[in-house]
Ligand binder design. Structure first.
Ligand SMILES: Nc1nc2c(c(=O)[nH]1)N[C@H]1C(S)=C(S)[C@@H](COP(=O)(O)O)O[C@H]1N2
Ligand SMILES: [Mo]
Length: 317
């Protein structure tokens, strides 16, 4: 009998490094004779199928060890499902992420709606291996499949009034248990909202991610389409987007509204500016035991520091 733990059965201390995971998996697979049959890519621990035929690597990849598919899809912040990071993987199983329409509006030539698969056809995604650094001082390395956001925005012909981009997650209490009011009130104001300055949104690092590890975006990671802004704390990377508006004023993002002293609009990863309740100097890479130093702009300073030359990063946290 082969015992392969499901993600839900694994506790944080058991989330092993990619290497260990691979070794174990290979051992299990080999003993079951499964490696001979093919279909498993040992390098990733995920079946070697692709939902994106012809997917090509894009620029800016890190060569750091990737966080295992297992960990990336079983340790998630997704408050629409639960405030417990173990729960989204379980609670998101039945989430209906297709068909899915994204509405583009605001200061653009013409209001438009796109089906997510239309968008993928029109703007071919690339693989981008990025670090993701959560404000809670843990991090992962994830091979995203994403559409550079600037390609989509440029095609929409924004007017000169388009100074910011505002993103909104689906509002659907039937599907999102976290959006249902309870006796104790809801955890956040729904729908989840995020925003970027137009130059941040147009930056070539910024992605509309539609998958990871060559697969369509798992529900718990923000299916079918979510933002990925690798130099900012994870909460900026809003999941399950239904609405994207080009606007003239800075949007009020969910976490800034919830706790303005703790979470700002910019949320650039900054080891020199602590969160009021904890240090941001170091982080735990999921799968590793000792902490590592956090890098300014999460290691993307060379690409993005120039965007903030005239900004006091201490007050604009
Ligand atoms: N709609 C929505 N988007 C969200 C969140 C959320 O709760 N709701 N959590 C954010 C936080 S705090 C992080 S760290 C990342 C986590 O993404 P991951 O689960 O793919 O690692 O998603 C971000 N996007
Ligand atoms: Mo986060």
């Amino acid at each position: 009998m082969i015992l392969i733990q499901r993600p839900a059965d694994i506790t944080p201390s058991e989330i092993t490094s990619e290497g260990l995971f691979r070794q174990r998996r290979n051992l299990i697979m080999a003993s079951a004779g499964l490696l001979l049959g093919g279909g498993i890519a040992p390098a990733t621990g995920v079946a070697a199928v692709s939902d994106f035929p012809g997917l090509k690597p894009g620029p800016f990849a890190t060569d750091e060890e990737k966080t295992s598919f297992q960990a990336v899809t079983s340790y998630n912040n997704f408050y629409e499902f639960s405030t417990d990071k173990r729960q989204p993987a379980k609670l998101a199983k039945a989430f209906k992420s297709r068909p899915w329409t994204i509405a583009f509006g605001g200061e653009i030539a013409k209001q438009q709606r796109f089906d997510v698969d239309e968008l993928i056809k029109k703007f071919p995604p690339q693989e981008r291996i990025y670090r993701l650094r959560c404000v809670e001082a843990w991090s992962m390395v994830i091979p995203w499949v994403g559409i550079p956001l600037h390609r989509v925005l440029k095609a929409l012909n924004p007017s000169s009034k388009a100074q910011y981009v505002r993103f909104e997650t689906l509002l659907d209490p039937k599907q999102f248990p976290g959006q249902r009011g309870s006796l104790f009130g809801s955890s956040l104001d729904w729908p989840y909202v995020e925003g970027l300055r137009i130059d941040e949104a147009m930056h070539p690092l910024t992605l509309l991610a539609v998958g990871l590890y060559g697969r369509f975006m798992p529900n718990q990671n923000g299916a079918p389409i979510r933002l990925v802004v690798p130099w900012k704390y994870g909460f900026k990377s809003i999941k399950s987007i239904v609405k994207i508006d080009l606007v003239d004023k800075q949007p009020l993002n969910t976490w800034n509204r919830q706790a303005p002293r703790e979470y700002g609009f910019y949320a650039n990863v900054n080891p020199a500016v602590d969160h009021p309740r904890w240090s941001q100097a170091r982080e735990r890479r999921i799968g590793e035991w000792s902490k590592r130093p956090t890098l300014p702009f999460n290691g993307y300073a060379e690409q993005v520091a120039g965007l903030y030359q005239n900004l006091d990063l201490r007050t604009n946290f």
